[in-house]
Design a protein around this ligand. Structure first.
Ligand code: AHR
Length: 504
């Protein structure tokens, strides 16, 4: 059997586990909102139309932050259309996804929902067809205590207390040719800087996110970030990254190595941001907001122009299999491993649209395979992320050359003394024997080893078989002296939890 090895020592850490890494995303797109989280008249909906079954699953998923209302949708959105009495809200054309938007769900409904969920809101402002003035208006409506037209309007609409929303995205994917009101890097950089300055006047406590490239394969990747940040470095706190890994356009070994690409992408953006900071003579270091990431067979999407005017269509409702779940697990490992610089991450999206939760209108809600690695990681990553440097066999991939078969990270909770190891075996056929040196964390016992792994890697969860793929307990993980041994099945995501047994 192949072997891999690493050592754990709390003296070598990357940083504290950031709860904001377990973010998600709700866009007015397809059935993400309508018949996803919101469906008046559904048997599980409350009096506000919020589906309690979906809320329950989102809580179980462990979502900490939710980005809203887009995505591409935001670049043509008038937030005012979605507040106030429902019968006077206008029906509009959403140009991003060619949808009919009735505006039954808007900011106030979102805030009710996100508070019920117990998560932090992250709003995006429209810098496509609108600008600084409307962004400040929205912020005034959301966060100003009262005594002004817009803050009093919030009160009239049923929310006298300010929402106190801290996280604000300055537009979305402004480099994308598909974006309504897309910009050049210089145009956007100036707009982001001026909007940020004005928004901080409205509320100095906001944390602002500038748009990085929509994708690292964009022809302007790197130069976009550099130019944008030359204009707005001192006014923003984060630069965004988006990445979707496509199982349909590559071989399985390459797809399983997606996190190698994510690691590299993060390093490239850190280097670019730090280069601009150095050139500008700033000590401040920007953080990264990985505010859209997931697995998505994007090459199968026919493009925005292939869509026709409809309401809440079944749009990019990806069915995830075991391999997709293992890749999602490896992407979470990558994000945790960069917690020193990545401060926010949002899996895109939450319900129906490339999502861990699937629903049927008037019917059930269920967990897709990718639900499980997210829920396990959000539940068990506690304390500090340790520096893990695996020594592992390598395998050849068409896209990324030779890559390690093991992806791994670990967290150490100083309060309880417990350790959680998150590990992916990328090998398509062979199990991997893992050997961990625990001399730095003595006195541990194995609490459990759970894995997402099936003989059939194409297995999926469906409406009729919603629990075909679930985390399964594995036997065989042992601690002998200061060494942990465990066997990771081929194509698997694993969590090995170690409990503190004896005092140090
Ligand atoms: O998440 C789906 C879409 O992907 C978002 O609207 C956009 O920002 C990205 O291109």
């Amino acid at each position: 059997m192949k072997h891999a090895y690493f050592a754990l020592d709390p003296a070598f850490g990357v940083g504290a586990v950031e709860r904001r890494l377990f973010g998600s995303f709700v866009e007015h797109m397809g059935r993400s909102v309508y018949t996803g989280i919101y469906e008046p008249g559904h048997p599980a909906a409350d009096e506000s139309g919020l589906r309690r079954d979906v809320l329950g699953l989102a809580r179980e998923l462990g979502v900490s932050v939710v980005r809203y209302p887009g995505g591409n949708f935001v670049s043509n959105y008038h937030w005012e259309d979605g507040v106030g009495p429902r019968d006077s809200r206008p029906t509009r054309l959403d140009l991003a996804w060619r949808q009919i938007e009735r505006n039954a769900f808007g900011l106030d409904e979102f805030m009710t929902w996100v508070r019920e969920l117990g998560a932090e809101p992250m709003m995006a402002v429209n810098l496509g067809t609108r600008g600084l003035r409307e962004a400040c208006d929205l912020l005034e409506y959301a966060n100003h205590p009262g005594g002004t037209h817009l803050s009093d309007l919030r009160g009239k609409n049923g929310a006298p207390e300010p929402y106190d929303i801290r996280l604000w995205c300055l537009g979305n994917e402004m480099d994308g040719p598909w974006q309504i009101g897309g910009k050049t890097a210089a145009e956007y950089g100036r707009l982001a800087a001026e909007t940020a300055k004005a928004m901080r006047r409205v509320d100095p406590r906001v944390e602002l996110i500038a748009c990085g490239s929509s994708d690292r394969d964009m022809p302007t990747f790197g130069s976009w970030e550099a130019t944008v940040l030359e204009h707005c470095y001192e006014h923003v706190d984060y630069i965004s990254l988006h990445a979707y890994y496509d199982p349909a356009e590559q071989d399985r070994a390459s797809f399983l190595a997606s996190a190698v690409d994510m690691d590299d992408f993060i390093s490239a953006v850190v280097a670019t941001a730090d280069h601009v900071g150095a050139k500008l003579g700033r000590r401040k270091k920007l953080k990264l907001s990985f505010d859209e990431w997931n697995v998505w067979s994007r090459s199968r999407f026919g493009g925005e122009d292939s869509l026709d005017w409809t309401e809440a269509p079944r749009l990019i409702e990806e069915d995830y299999d075991v391999t997709g779940a293992v890749v999602v697990g490896s992407l979470l490992i990558s994000l945790l491993g960069h917690v020193d610089r990545v401060g926010i991450a949002c899996q895109a999206q939450l319900a129906n649209v490339i999502a861990p939760i699937r629903t049927e209108p008037g019917g059930p809600a269920w967990r897709q395979t990718i639900f499980h690695p997210f829920a396990l990681t959000a539940a068990h990553a506690r304390g500090r992320v340790l520096r893990v440097e695996p020594v592992a066999p390598r395998q050849e991939t068409a896209r990324y050359g030779d890559v390690p078969v093991l992806a791994a990270t670990a967290t150490y909770d100083a309060e309880t003394g417990d350790v959680a190891i998150f590990a992916v075996n990328r090998d398509l056929a062979e199990p991997l024997a893992l050997d961990v040196d625990l001399r730095g964390v003595p006195g541990l016992a194995v609490a459990e080893h759970v894995a997402i792994a099936e003989d059939d890697n194409t297995a999926r969860n469906t409406q009729t078989a919603p629990d075909r793929v679930v985390p399964r307990r594995l036997d065989g993980a042992r601690i002998d002296g200061d060494r942990l041994t465990a066997v990771l099945p081929p194509v698997s995501f694993n969590v090995v939890r170690l409990r503190k047994e004896t005092p140090r």
